[in-house]
Design a binder for this molecule. Structure first.
Ligand SMILES: *[C@@H]1O[C@H](CO)[C@@H](O)[C@H](O)[C@H]1NC(C)=O
Ligand SMILES: *[C@@H]1O[C@H](CO)[C@@H](O)[C@H](O)[C@H]1NC(C)=O
Ligand SMILES: *[C@@H]1O[C@H](CO)[C@@H](O)[C@H](O)[C@H]1NC(C)=O
Ligand SMILES: *[C@@H]1O[C@H](CO)[C@@H](O)[C@H](O)[C@H]1NC(C)=O
Ligand SMILES: *[C@@H]1O[C@H](CO)[C@@H](O)[C@H](O)[C@H]1NC(C)=O
Length: 457
């Protein structure tokens, strides 16, 4: 388990996202991410280089060797760097310590080894990033004896050297390749369906080979939101998003650009799922909802006439129109147009409709990232706008009901919305990889997340 985790780490660096063509996300890993992978990748690399050394064929029996084993691999340096237009190069220097078990006192040998592997990143048919080694070279120095007092014959040392180099030459690149295969399995978790709500999910997939420069590797990723198994399709031209370049702080590990389309699709999903709808109910003498027929009756005579005894009032808030998120420099706003029906519960557990309102609420939208989720919170911007849509209680003076309705309506709506938005939407990632110290920047038509990453298994 730990081994798998460690392995995947190596290449997790190489790939975080997936995509389709609508709506878009760009995921960029900067050089700092490679430095991080170099740091955390040492231990798994060290483990994978600990290969078994086959028996030494000592025909002349001069060495009297029983067995040779690697007792330690010390990866002194691991460096990963981007090769523009190509992929990633891995350079590593390690010291291998061998124990040669023989009839006499065991020999301890140290051999410095260097490895260089070039890797390219493609995408699989199912939209996962796939790392493939295009070349791997190993370089060996002569093995030296750790203690000099018990020297074997020089001829035997030559035989040992030849054997060890032949074994490592065959096995080390294979070990790196196995590491990369594990990484690819890990990268495959990118396309997993992640829950957005009870009946909705998001799936990311990569849609193209990444762009590699000397400073970063970047993927176009498609995000598809599903409601009850069906994809949410935007009617707008979200795919025509023009990616901003350059963007974000290149000193951090990851830069993620979220297009307007992702926000549009998310709110369309919430609206279609009915998650934004709410009922604001009340009891008499309630502080939560002070709305009742006697307070309304003071403003609307017909209500007082129909309900001489005070009755509680229920508000059914329905979002028929999709909320519109607007991204502009340093600010995000959300425009909601709920339809509010004002009802009185009647004795036979039915409702009597008093009137209905078309409401427009502008909200400011604050965005934040926690672990792997983009979360939002809102507050009301300006005044809530109300117009009477229909009335069963005669003329209604909008100005008069405005204040009363506003207070009753605003807090529950905000609480409801904030509870929904705080559940958040998963960002592109792979298993065990989290966003750390993220910063969110809002631009005209897109959002940039600049973040460190942390691999935790
Ligand atoms: C390997 O070990 C030798 C002897 O301990 C040391 O001099 C050398 O610097 C080491 N090389 C690496 C790459 O760690
Ligand atoms: C994403 O796709 C757009 C349009 O095809 C392209 O211009 C851009 O270079 C791509 N970005 C990356 C990181 O590949
Ligand atoms: C989408 O783009 C096409 C071509 O640019 C344009 O004709 C159409 O009106 C656009 N549709 C929307 C919904 O913006
Ligand atoms: C009706 O609402 C008003 C405030 O809007 C409150 O003062 C009054 O106590 C309520 N009446 C009943 C019977 O709950
Ligand atoms: C909401 O914002 C829009 C666009 O900025 C503006 O035209 C409208 O007057 C605002 N409505 C309210 C109720 O604040």
């Amino acid at each position: 388990m730990a081994q798998t985790c460690g392995l995947s780490l190596l290449l997790t660096l190489l790939l975080p996202a997936l995509g389709a063509s609508t709506p878009g996300v760009e995921f960029r890993l900067n050089s700092a991410a490679l430095s991080y992978v170099s740091e955390v990748g040492k231990a798994p690399l060290q483990r994978s280089l600990q290969v078994t050394v086959p028996h030494f064929l000592d025909r002349r029996e001069v060495l009297q060797v029983n067995r040779i084993q690697i007792v330690k691999v010390h990866v002194a340096r691991l460096r990963l760097k981007f090769i523009a237009g190509f992929g990633v190069r891995l350079l590593t220097a390690a010291n291998f310590t061998f124990e040669v078990v023989r009839a006499k006192k065991p020999l301890e040998l140290k051999m410095p080894v260097a490895l260089m592997a070039d890797m390219q990143v493609f995408q699989s048919a199912i939209g996962t990033p796939v790392v493939s080694i295009s070349s791997c070279l190993s370089f060996f120095d002569n093995a030296v004896l750790s203690d000099s007092w018990d020297r074997p014959l020089p001829a035997l040392m030559v035989l040992l050297q030849r054997h060890l180099k032949a074994v490592l030459r065959n096995k080390l690149c294979l070990s790196v390749s196995n590491l990369v295969q594990n990484l690819n399995v890990h990268l495959g978790t990118l396309i997993g369906l992640n829950p957005v709500g009870p009946e909705s999910q998001i799936r990311y997939s990569v849609i193209d080979i990444p762009t590699v420069t000397d400073d970063y590797i970047a993927w176009n990723i498609s995000a598809i939101l599903f409601l009850l198994g069906k994809p949410i399709i935007l009617s707008s031209n979200a795919t025509l998003f023009m990616w901003p370049h350059p963007m974000g702080d290149e000193g951090v590990m990851a830069t993620v650009v979220l297009s307007q389309g992702l926000f549009d699709a998310s709110f369309l999903l919430l609206q279609k799922a009915g998650s934004l709808n709410l009922d604001i109910t009340s009891q008499l003498k309630s502080d939560d909802n002070p709305l009742n027929t006697s307070s309304l009756g003071q403003l609307i005579p017909e209500v007082a006439r129909q309900f001489p005894e005070p009755m509680p009032v229920v508000l059914k808030v329905r979002l028929g129109a999709t909320p519109v998120a607007t991204l502009s420099t340093n600010s995000a706003t959300l425009r909601l147009q709920p339809f509010v029906e004002v009802l009185v519960p009647t004795s036979n557990s039915a409702f009597q409709s008093l009137f209905s309102l078309d409401v427009v609420v502008n909200l400011s939208l604050q965005l934040s990232v926690s672990k792997v989720k983009l979360q939002g919170s809102t507050s009301v911007l300006g005044a809530i706008q109300l117009t009477v849509a229909s009335s069963n209680v005669g003329f209604i003076n909008t100005d008069q009901v405005h204040e009363l309705m506003g207070t009753v309506f605003e807090r529950p709506l905000l609480d409801h919305l904030n509870a929904l938005l705080s559940m958040g939407i998963p960002l592109p990632t792979v298993a065990n990889l989290y966003y750390v110290n993220p910063q969110v920047f809002i631009h005209e038509g897109y959002v940039v997340i600049s973040s460190e990453l942390s691999y935790q298994c």
